[in-house]
Design a binder for this molecule. Structure first.
Ligand code: HEM
Length: 456
């Protein structure tokens, strides 16, 4: 089964933007940067270096950190992903584990409820044209709210969380600029709730009150919401583009094994992380003659690693997993166990399965949109209610319209991404949020969260 990259006329443009983005990341980091795997150092070196104890620096010393901190603000300095190892990191990581803990049945039920809530808003007798990421983001906002507050999510909170998460991911994909004031509205809301003692979990004692608020905002109302939304959009778009796989899942919704295969294949071909980076704190041998010096920035390319060791790696083929075990092949959708893997590695597949089942139970999916890893188009898709079908001519006309619209959008968006991306790289370089934070730390000044007004 071919993954059909030529979904639109300008199928090459999203790829060109992705390639350019990787180049920009390398450039921003300066000279001491290596991307693995590469033509000299293959997947075995990738694995060894990623798991090496000296590949443990997270943000200090990489130009790329300024860019990520800029995109993730407010509070990137206390985001678990960007904290350096140490007491604070341990405290934060333990809190995340506590909040994510829950039994499978409860988590599945909560995810099903949240997704059902989003689908209830759609007409059940007419075809809907949606962007899958936009459709599911409010659902995951409500789900993550329940994880943190252990109560149903009120609409006001759901809207604040969705607006915040959407703003972060839109800026990260360079399809829009940042809106710090939009994000600040969620900060103010969370602050009131934390002060009022409404969070039933023990929050990291090593963080101040504003830092605790930023931690919740960054980890649960940005990363968790964004990652679950992106993953859901990917798997549903893959199903929309592969009707045979979709039909098999629909006919056997209880077939957990095949659904897991579909998720594995989706995450293999469209890993949510394009690149994860580390800064080395000691020398790491690359081979018999080359050594990575301390202070190097290593970019681990998930798509390149996931493309090695498979037959026909560009094809979307869930059946390949019938005889494969993830730990025996090049498959790390949630990172590597030895080096800060995703704390939601157990929860995510569970709730994604619930989401897919809920959607497929109600709708047939159809899409001609291009499918690239960053899905900057937010996954346009037709949702066709189960039951009596609309006339084939109406469906055909809708498909033609959507194909044309997506093709035009791919071209204009590509140009916009280049312009907005350049503006944000320059802005981040002038603000230097990460570099300034570590400068303050070094000089003994108490690092203060930098303030940014207006639109990013
Ligand atoms: C399908 C969904 C998800 C995927 C594929 C995913 C993937 C990943 C990957 C690959 C990493 C490691 C990156 C690296 O090595 O730098 C990571 C880290 C992380 N993820 Fe996820 N993630 C998902 C959902 C979530 C959710 C729901 C949360 C909720 C809190 C979460 C929170 C984090 C955090 C805090 C880290 C940093 C871990 C650390 O440095 O200690 N992720 N994720």
């Amino acid at each position: 089964m071919v993954s059909g990259r030529k979904g639109t006329e300008a199928w090459w443009l999203p790829r060109a933007v992705v390639t350019l983005r990787v180049r920009i990341f390398e450039k921003v980091n300066g000279d001491r940067v290596v991307t693995l795997p590469n033509s000299t150092h293959g997947p075995d070196v990738f694995e060894r270096v990623y798991a090496h104890p000296a590949a443990n620096g997270r943000s200090r010393g990489a130009g790329l950190s300024d860019l990520f901190w800029y995109w993730l603000a407010p509070g990137p300095e206390v985001h678990q992903e960007h904290l350096e190892l140490g007491e604070r990191y341990e405290d934060v990581a333990a809190t995340t584990r506590r909040i994510l803990a829950g039994n499978s049945a409860d988590l599945t039920a909560a995810a099903t409820r949240a997704v059902a809530g989003a689908l209830d808003a759609l007409p059940d007798r007419r075809i809907s044209l949606v962007r899958l990421r936009d459709l599911v983001m409010p659902a995951w906002a409500a789900f993550c709210y329940e994880l943190v507050f252990r109560e149903p999510c009120p609409p006001q909170a759901r809207n604040l969380i969705t607006a915040h998460a959407d703003d972060v991911i839109t800026a990260l994909k360079c399809t829009g600029l940042r809106h710090p004031r939009r994000r600040a509205r969620l900060t103010a809301y969370l602050r009131d709730r934390v002060v009022a003692g409404h969070v039933p979990h023990r929050l990291p004692a090593s963080l101040s009150l504003p830092e605790q608020v930023h931690y919740l905002q960054g980890t649960f109302f940005n990363t968790a919401v964004v990652q679950l939304s992106e993953a859901t959009a990917h798997v549903l778009l893959a199903l929309a583009r592969h009707p045979d796989v979709q039909q098999r899942l629909f006919e056997k919704p209880e077939d957990d094994r095949y659904l897991a295969q579909v998720l594995d294949e989706t995450m293999r071909l469209y890993p949510l992380f394009g690149i994860a980076h580390r800064i080395t704190t000691d020398e790491i041998p690359l081979d018999g003659t080359t050594v990575l010096p301390a202070g190097s920035v290593v970019c681990f390319s998930y798509p390149d690693y996931h493309a090695t060791g498979y037959e026909r790696p560009d094809e979307f083929d869930p059946d390949r997993w019938a005889n494969l075990v993830a730990k025996d092949v090049h498959h790390i959708p949630y990172g590597v166990a030895a080096n800060r893997p995703c704390p939601a590695w157990r929860l995510s597949p569970l709730v994604l399965r619930a989401a897919v089942r809920e959607v497929l139970g109600r709708f047939r999916l159809d899409s001609t949109a291009s499918h690239t890893r960053p899905i900057p188009h937010r996954a346009p898709c037709l949702l066709i209610p189960r039951g009596p079908l609309p006339g084939p001519r109406r469906l055909g006309a809708l498909r033609s319209f959507v194909r044309l619209r997506d093709g035009v959008e791919d071209v204009t968006r590509g140009v916009r991404q280049l312009v907005l991306g350049t503006l944000m790289v320059l802005h981040a370089r002038s603000l230097r949020p990460a570099a300034r934070h570590f400068d303050d730390q070094r000089s003994g000044r108490c690092p203060v969260p930098h303030r940014e007004g207006g639109n990013g």
